[in-house]
Write a protein that binds this ligand. Structure first.
Ligand code: GRG
Length: 322
């Protein structure tokens, strides 16, 4: 099964878990469905499921536990994109080839839809966890513990010390005097030499982008019952994938078309944003993408189970065009 077939499976799982019609046009349910079902590669949901499958082949458990968690990863990802597009953040009008949520429903609904998706992710996960005893009475307590641990990892990695923390570093000044390092009004701080700045940007990528990939893979492994060293290994792989993913994103922002990406291109340059591609040049940046992905591949190849998907994913991420 290739990545696009897996994305179709995630779409089916998402439709199954989102609030169902009938709902009126312009309602919060409508905006949640629009924001989630507007497309997307579904990488975080896929990665959660595939991490689960590396360590566990129980289809019943996958359906009852890993599927709702995979849907929830996509709800959290969608919320972050909806908020990232708001006028107070990147102020983008297009995402995934469609109007952004705030552009279609208005600013207040953009904020509320992001909030609703984040809450709904935890509603979906806790409901799945609380139904477990009906599925697996004999090991319900063990499964509930796994679900709790997975939610703890997801909330921490998506939270203030993870993804949100990275977004704060990216767009908000640390003090009234200081300019943000990589925001709209920003230039390279005169005090920072190039390597300091590069290190700072890698850190932003680690928090803003890697943390959600790490959350997806650790959660999948935890739900499957993987041991701590296996969970740590996937955490490292998620870090490398996130850095590579974001650097490739910089390259695409500088080189791709609107039709390819479904959003405005050249936004980093327009917003005077410092990126790794901008600081190191496209060629060196692409070389780094390859190096990070090689590190992730080496980790996957040490894991038990069928690694075919992760090798395919690495090949896709190296040269992805959207
Ligand atoms: C809490 C107010 C508030 C906002 C959170 C953290 C955050 C806002 C936004 C981060 C969003 C962002 C731009 C992350 C960088 C990672 C990235 C390039 C995301 C796009 O991911 P893809 O390409 O998206 O996987 P698709 O559309 O394929 O799902």
């Amino acid at each position: 099964m290739d990545i696009s077939k897996r994305a179709e499976q995630i779409n089916m799982i998402l439709e199954d878990h989102l609030p169902k019609p009938p709902y009126s046009q312009g309602s919060i349910e409508d905006a949640m469905n629009y924001s989630v079902m507007s497309g997307g590669k579904r990488l975080r949901g896929i990665m959660l499921l595939e991490a689960f499958r590396l360590y566990n082949s129980d289809k019943d458990l996958e359906k009852n536990l890993a599927w709702p968690f995979a849907a929830s990863m996509e709800f959290i990802h969608a919320y972050s994109l909806v908020h990232d597009d708001l006028p107070s953040m990147d102020n983008d009008m297009y995402r995934r080839g469609k109007l952004t949520t705030h552009a279609k429903y208005g600013h207040a609904m953009g904020v509320l839809t992001g909030d609703a998706l984040l809450n709904y992710a935890f509603e979906t996960m806790t409901q799945a966890a609380s139904k477990l005893s009906k599925v697996r009475g004999e090991i319900a307590a063990e499964l509930a513990l796994r679900a709790c641990r997975a939610m703890s990892v997801i909330s921490q990695k998506a939270g203030f010390s993870g993804m949100i923390g990275g977004q704060v570093m990216d767009v908000c000044p640390q003090s009234p005097e200081e300019e943000p390092v990589s925001g709209k009004t920003v230039n390279t701080p005169a005090s920072a030499d190039r390597s300091d700045l590069t290190g700072h940007i890698f850190k932003i990528y680690e928090l803003k982008t890697s943390r959600l990939f790490q959350a997806a893979m650790c959660a999948g492994a935890i739900l499957a019952g993987a041991d701590d060293s296996q969970i740590d290994a996937l955490n490292d792989a998620g870090y490398f994938i996130g850095e590579a993913f974001q650097i490739r994103d910089d390259i695409l922002d500088a080189t791709a078309t609107f039709e390819q990406l479904g959003k405005d291109i050249g936004s980093d340059e327009k917003n005077n944003k410092n990126t790794i591609a901008h600081l190191l040049g496209i060629e060196k940046a692409q070389q780094l993408v390859g190096e990070y992905l090689d590190k992730a591949r080496a980790i996957f190849n040490e894991q038990p189970g069928n690694k075919e998907f992760f090798n395919e994913l690495i090949d896709f991420l190296r040269l992805r065009e959207n």
